[in-house]
Ligand binder design. Structure first.
Ligand SMILES: *[C@@H]1O[C@H](CO)[C@@H](O)[C@H](O)[C@H]1NC(C)=O
Ligand SMILES: *[C@@H]1O[C@H](CO)[C@@H](O)[C@H](O)[C@H]1NC(C)=O
Ligand SMILES: *[C@@H]1O[C@H](CO)[C@@H](O)[C@H](O)[C@H]1NC(C)=O
Length: 125
């Protein structure tokens, strides 16, 4: 009897853990990226910052990424918590890249908001 009971209890615990885990994955469709998806997102970050620098700037280098989340919207919306280096200063920033790669024009939007800055950089190409 106690064996059955503890088995039942274990089942409940496992179900609870599964529910918590599932919640983490789907809160608003936003999830922390891991493995290849994180790697791809970081590649996108570097490519987009490079593209930004070849336009009317500014020139930023991502030096320390602490968080990468992804969300499937119309396209992909990635949010990065990252330290950006503009050559003379390092700032902690939130970068959002919205990518709709099938669009030939205005398929990339980048927003950069840095601690201590009032404004937000917002570019689309
Ligand atoms: C990245 O951040 C960690 C923790 O804040 C820090 O220890 C490390 O020195 C940083 N790396 C660079 C290249 O700034
Ligand atoms: C880097 O950012 C700082 C602070 O925002 C600014 O004063 C400086 O001129 C920038 N340097 C370059 C090379 O853009
Ligand atoms: C892209 O954005 C620019 C500036 O907002 C706008 O003038 C242009 O019409 C847009 N192109 C397309 C295809 O939406």
């Amino acid at each position: 009897m106690t064996g059955v009971k503890s088995l039942y209890f274990l089942g409940l615990v496992l179900m609870g853990l599964a529910a918590i885990h599932a919640d983490e994955q789907v809160v608003g469709g936003v999830s922390q990226l891991e493995g290849d998806r994180r790697k791809d997102a970081l590649t996108l970050l570097d490519a987009t910052l490079t593209q930004l620098a070849t336009g009317d700037g500014p020139s930023y280098k991502a030096i320390n990424v602490t968080s990468v989340t992804g969300q499937t919207v119309s396209g992909t919306l990635n949010t990065y918590e990252v330290e950006l280096d503009n050559g003379s200063d390092k700032k902690q920033c939130t970068v959002k890249i919205w990518s709709q790669p099938w669009l030939k024009e205005n398929g990339t939007n980048i927003k950069i908001k840095c601690a201590g800055d009032d404004g937000e950089l917002d570019r689309t190409w």
